[in-house]
Write a protein that binds this ligand. Structure first.
Ligand code: 9MR
Length: 362
């Protein structure tokens, strides 16, 4: 069709003006998932409540093409009693994803937190044997993975098994106390047997801190050398204004990638406070303000991280944010309640923040 510019007249000028004014806004029909289509899926952690809120579902469907249940597939919530599964909330998330053609990452199959009360105990209250615990782990993984076979493409099989203390190797959890390190390899074997197509992950935090990265590398290498069916590693990505550095991030991705593992960032957020694992009282000199300096630094961090993800795309198979917008983040109550955080790309009113525009500009 031949375009006659004269026909544009005043309307055309108006259009150009509006386009200029809105240059800072994303096109209504384009979201993170579209900008990154050539790279990897962009996901988000959700609850069933969020999926009932039209403002949040609109944002999810515009921006993301992968979901992770924030809590509803963890062993405590989904398997509250030995002979009872609570499928409702997890099913609701999977159904929503299927209805809208979104991928789902399953989170998670074996973790030391959010475990059900019955798991480590016999009926008489004594501690279960290794044999019994591995049988329970098997039955749990078998039931959950098979239920969502073909609907969940990837699973965080083992979560956070490395100790916080740099002088220790594995975390001294009930899993470890009862089974030694065997529970890790077994969990992967059970998941692979239940769904041979599923992409199986080891997932952890502070993966870019050089000493922890080395301990994780050691674990992953051991699993690979023993031909355990592990495909990938999840860097949770609970980062902040001050870490990780570009070099730490690149080194981590490349080093894990060198083991033949794919890499995803599975729980991305950029806290405006420094990392604190240990709960502590709020200091009197601390304010809740999200200052322009914080916002600027956060924008620079997001820009840098996504540049690294694109540069390292041969290893990267997905980036998932932990929560949808600053309207709600787990960091609002962690490590202390009542301290608002602002760690995501969308603000409290679900609008893109300056960081968003840097992430989609390349
Ligand atoms: O975001 C989750 C929060 O709602 C739960 O209370 C918490 C329980 O420990 O788990 C949070 O999610 C965690 C994830 O499952 C594993 N990595 C760390 C995440 C933030 O704590």
């Amino acid at each position: 069709m031949k375009v006659n510019f004269h026909h544009f007249g005043l309307a055309g000028l108006l259009l150009i003006g509006v386009a200029g004014l809105t240059a800072q806004r994303p096109a209504a029909d384009k979201g993170l998932k579209d900008y990154y289509q050539q790279y990897f899926p962009i996901g988000v952690a959700v609850s069933t409540q969020a999926l009932k809120n039209p403002a949040e579902t609109a944002l999810i469907l515009q921006q993301f093409n992968s979901l992770t249940p924030e809590n509803d597939m963890k062993m405590g919530p989904i398997h509250p009693e030995e002979n009872r599964y609570n499928w409702g909330p997890a099913d609701a998330i999977v159904d929503f994803a299927q209805g809208h053609k979104l991928r789902v990452r399953g989170h998670n199959l074996c973790w030391h937190e959010q475990t059900p009360k019955w798991l480590f105990k016999n009926a008489d209250g004594s501690q279960v044997s290794k044999e019994v615990l591995l049988k329970r782990l098997h039955d749990h993984i078998d039931a959950v993975v098979k239920r969502y076979k073909g609907k969940i493409y990837a699973w965080d099989v083992v979560n956070e098994a490395i100790a916080d203390n740099p002088n220790e190797f594995l975390r001294n959890s009930d899993w470890y106390k009862i089974c030694g390190e065997d529970f890790i390899a077994e969990a992967f074997r059970y998941a692979h047997a239940a769904d041979p197509q599923a992409v199986l992950f080891y997932n952890d935090y502070n993966t870019e801190r050089p000493e922890k990265m080395e301990r994780i590398y050691k674990l992953l290498k051991k699993l690979k050398d023993a031909h355990v069916p592990i495909d990938a590693v999840g860097l949770q990505g609970h980062w902040s204004l001050v870490e990780p550095t570009e070099q730490e991030l690149r080194t981590t991705i490349e080093r894990f990638g060198s083991l033949g593992l794919k890499v995803q960032v599975t729980e991305l957020d950029v806290s405006v406070y420094p990392w604190e694992k240990d709960r502590r009282a709020r200091r009197p000199d601390e304010s809740d303000a999200y200052t322009p300096e914080m916002q600027q630094k956060q924008t620079a961090q997001y820009k840098l991280f996504f540049k690294v993800f694109r540069d390292e795309a041969k290893y990267m198979t997905g980036i998932t944010f932990w929560n949808i917008s600053d309207h709600y983040s787990w960091l609002d109550t962690y490590p202390v309640a009542g301290r608002k955080n602002h760690p995501l790309l969308f603000d409290e009113n679900f609008k893109p923040k300056p960081a968003y525009y840097e992430v989609v500009k390349f």
